[in-house]
Design a protein around this ligand. Structure first.
Ligand code: AKB
Length: 337
């Protein structure tokens, strides 16, 4: 079987590292990675080539490759994007636009379908007040599309750009869609938690930060209120959802942007579970107005019925399995005597 070529941008980030590992374990792909950081040693041997530097300056290089799949993970996350907005616009929007153009150009020129996998986010939602959030229930894909952060605006716009380049670019008639085309697919991720890496720059970071600090015996002051509730997912489930969507036959897809979720939990429930596992943990609450406001604008949980129906999505880790079978065993192995 001939190897396919995959590009993974943001490969040194949390999702990137986990995806490089899983895709290489699966086999069948020559993996090209890109990031402005070097690759961590753990995944270096898995990448055929690492393109290091600012994506926008490197984009010309990618025209020399024959990618079958692009996983565009590079992003500036919600807390960071709020204080470095122009940088966020460059990384989140201009980087995505350039890669979409590359994929659209190559699929037209070489008459081949290129899959473009994009991690969107619950930040694409924006609920106007905490009261609305509490009353809203599960958010469906086409509801509450007024994000209140730069990052959320960037993600929502890039979803639209992906749809534009895959469906409307060149203003073809709908019945003209050729067999070669840019095949854009996106999942809206909740907060993600890895047992192996720590996040940075996000606003859902309080969950993983609290757990990693508790496991290491470090005091942690949580930057949101105890009652703050959003959905989270174990990193292996996030990777599985991306790869399930990658594999889904086009005829099964009733849309191109899907919610996925695993478990919704409050910051206080995180604290209770951390204390149960690490009784010495010192966890306090010191809400930050700005970051609290961001999480209060995100839905408590999302409705992922369509992902379940169309491509069989189901998380392997509910809250119990997340702690008992994934996160805590790894933490205990690493930090407890
Ligand atoms: C963030 O907090 O910015 C991200 C996200 C929810 O997309 N983790």
């Amino acid at each position: 079987m001939t190897e396919k070529q995959a590009l993974i941008t943001g490969a040194s980030g949390e999702i990137g590292q986990a995806l490089v590992q899983e895709l290489s374990r699966r086999g069948g792909y020559k993996i090209v990675t890109a990031d402005f950081m070097p690759l961590p040693k753990t995944i270096e041997p898995l990448s055929a080539e690492h393109v290091r530097g600012d994506l926008l300056y490197q984009i010309k290089k990618f025209y020399d490759y024959d990618f079958d799949v692009i996983f565009h993970l590079a992003a500036s996350l919600s807390s960071k994007a709020e204080v470095a907005m122009e940088e966020a616009q460059r990384i989140n929007v201009e980087g995505t636009l350039q890669l979409l153009l590359l994929a659209a150009h190559r699929s037209e020129k070489y008459k081949k379908s290129i899959k473009f996998l994009f991690p969107s986010s619950i930040a694409a939602y924006g609920l106007p007040s905490l009261e609305t959030k509490q009353a809203a229930g599960l958010a469906q894909e086409d509801e509450w599309s007024d994000p209140r952060t730069m990052y959320g605006c960037n993600k929502l716009y890039c979803e639209k750009l992906g749809l534009y380049y895959s469906q409307c670019y060149g203003q073809k008639h709908l019945d003209e869609t050729p067999p070669h085309f840019l095949d854009f697919r996106a999942v809206r991720f909740p907060g993600l938690i890895s047992a192996f890496t720590a996040p940075s720059g996000g606003t859902s970071d309080y969950g993983p930060e609290m757990l990693h600090a508790a496991a290491q015996g470090q005091a942690y002051a949580c930057f949101v209120r105890p009652d703050t509730k959003i959905s989270f997912m174990a990193m292996p489930d996030a990777i599985r959802s991306l790869l399930m969507l990658l594999d889904a036959p086009p005829a099964k897809l009733t849309r191109r942007v899907y919610n996925v979720t695993a478990f919704a939990i409050t910051a206080e429930e995180f604290r209770q579970r951390a204390l149960r596992a690490f009784p010495q943990a010192q966890i306090t609450f010191a809400p930050d107005r700005r970051r609290q406001g961001i999480v209060d604008s995100w839905p408590t949980d999302v409705d992922d019925t369509l992902a379940r129906k169309d491509w069989g999505w189901q998380p392997a880790y509910d809250v119990e399995r997340f702690f008992d079978d994934y996160f805590l065993p790894e933490m205990k192995k690493r930090y407890l005597p």
